[in-house]
Design a protein around this ligand. Sequence first.
Ligand code: GRG
Length: 311
Amino acid sequence: MAELAVDKHVKYILAVEKNKDSFESVVMDHLRMNGAYWGLTALDLLGKLDSVNVDEVISWILKCQHESGGFSGNIGHDPHILYTLSAVQVLALFNKLDVLDIDKLDITGLQNEDGSFSGDMWGEVDTRFSYIAICCLSILCCLDKINVEKAVSYILSCKNLDGGFGCTPGGESHAGQIFCCVGALALTGSLHYVDKDLLGWWLCERQVKSGGLNGRPEKLPDVCYSWWVLSSLIMIDRVHWIDKEKLVKFILDCQDVENGGISDRPDDAVDVYHTYFGVAGLSLLNYPGLKAIDPAYALPVDVVNRIFFSG
Ligand code: GRG
C-alpha cells in the first residue's frame, strides 16, 4: 500500500496559500476563511503548523470581522456563521482565542423561536448552522448564551426514519448533515436521543467496493466522507462496523504523490478541502505519525485539551 506523502502535502498546502493567482486560490477567494481552517488544521495534524506566520494570519482574521460581530470568508465580503466557526477554530489552533471579543459575536441573535439557527441576517436555516453555533459557543465556553434545549429539540425534529438527519425537518438524510446533528448532540451531552444501531447501520452502508465512503445511497465515494461518516461513527461508538484498512487504502489512492494534495477520488484534481478531509480521516483511523483529531470539535485533540484543561 502507498504511504502518506507528508512532505509533499505540506508543500502543496503552503504553495496554495502563497500563490494567490493560482486557479484554486482565485475560486476560493470568497471562502478563504474556510480554506485557512482546512489548510492550517491539516498542517497541524501533519505536525507542521510552525511553518506559518501566526501574526499575519491573526491580523487577517481580525480584518474579516464585521461590526455585527460575524466573520466573512475574506476581507470585503459579507459575514456568515460558516466563516465565524472557521475563524474561531483557527484562533484556537494558534492558542489566540483571547483576541476575540466574545460579547460582540452575535450567535445568540441567530437562534430562531423553534430552536433552529439562521446562517446570517438573510435567515436561511440549516442543521449545519445549529452545529456551528453550538461548536463555536462550546469552544468559547459560553453555551449558556443560547437555548440549548430548544436547539436540541430542533435537531431531533430533523431525524428521519432511517436513523439519519437532514438539513431541515423532512430533509433527506445526508452524511454531512448527520455529522452536524450528531456533533451538536455530542457537544450538548444529548447523544442518548440517537438510535445508535440504526444510524450506525445507515452510516456503514456508505462504504462501497473501493473502500471509499459515499454521502448517501447510490452516490459516488468521496474522500471528504471519510470525515463526515467516520467522525459520526466514532461519536456513536460504531466505527468498528466499517473496513478501516480498505478506507485507508482508498484515501491513500487519492493522493497526488508527485505534487502533493488529495482529491475526491483516485486520479482527480487535488484541492485543499479534500486534502484536509483526507488527512483528518486518516487521523481518525489512527494512521501512524498524525496527530489525533477530535471527532466533534474537528480540531486536534491537544488543541481541545488546551481549551478545556489548561485555561
Ligand atoms: C468544522 C468540519 C467542520 C464543519 C463545519 C459546514 C459544516 C460545519 C458542515 C458541512 C456538512 C456537509 C453538508 C457536508 C457535505 C459536503 C458535500 C460534499 C456536499 C455535496 O453534496 P452533493 O449532493 O454530493 O453534491 P453527493 O456526494 O451527495 O453526490
